[in-house]
Design a protein around this ligand. Sequence first.
Ligand code: ADP
Length: 348
Amino acid sequence: MLGLSPDLLGAAGFDGYLKLFNPAWMQMLGWADEQLRSTPYIELVHPDDRDATLRIIEGLVAGGTVEAYVCRILHTDGGHRHILWSGQGSPGDGCFYIAGKDITERQRLEHELALRADKLERSNAELQEFAYIASHDLAEPLRMITAYLQLLQHRYGGRLDETADEFIGYAVGGAERMKALIDDLLAYSRIGSHEMQCDRVDLGELLHAVLLGLQQAVGERHARVELVEPLGSVGGDRTQLGQLVQNLISNAVKFHSGEDGPPVVTISTAQDADGVRIDVTDNGIGIAQGHQERIFKMFDRLHGRDEYDGTGIGLSLCRRIAERHGGRIWVESELGTGSIFHVWLPSA
Ligand code: ADP
């Protein structure tokens, strides 16, 4: 039986020498039977692990047990194997019984995984910082460009020829679009770089506040936004959740042809065992089946700016917020009929 075990099994004498060991010792470590018998076992332990191992042995000699102790054992090839030990002291027999599992490969993989995770985290953080600094530093010169363009427009509008007015108009439009892009990019990078708050957020209160901020957009399109109360509450970052629903509602109002009456947007929630689902339903232009995933990617838009204004960042921001809360976002939609954006957030 002992001969079949791939793990190290043995009895180690209190005199410092192995008394019994199964064939796994030879296979795993390369040592010959005679060498194992005649070498003090502490010499097989990596010099850096010896002190800790001697302390463990002291406990075993006193009749104690050990579980899940890891130390490095010398292989005849000069390398070391990481062995996970468990053992039981037996003062009556003058030895302790031990079983050891080779976890070298597991440890190597764990180490590699940790290194990769660390590298990924660092490159993510660098990217995050880059996006933040780039957008933050771009905002300043842009403010200046916009200010002087507007000055040109006010002072010289109508005093140059028509083409000049047109050119200045394009330049002002471009600067405004760039400002919208930078603001959205900054909001996006802040989601990752800022500490998340964990508030108990009353969804009714949150939506009322968001709608107040959207009054102009809603009014301009004669839209009707209905809240199906009670909406309940959810744990999360109030500011981020506000951004999430604000993006969904402003999209619901915006992506509407205006042909068959005004936009109607309904917001309701449904509680399940693990969390809450927020549904934003609109009667807008809808999204074809094949595009329902790509709209959540950054800069992905299904329409030109001449049709519907925007930066293409809103939904990727929504997805990022939902995922940072441990939730998810998806859409159900039919072209020409309308869309329902679902956000599920865990209750914790
Ligand atoms: P933006 O609104 O700035 O274009 P988003 O990331 O918010 O960017 O949306 C990406 C694209 O998804 C939009 O350009 C639009 O094509 C589509 N979309 C988003 N919301 C809706 C909606 N409620 N109805 C129809 N299409 C939508």
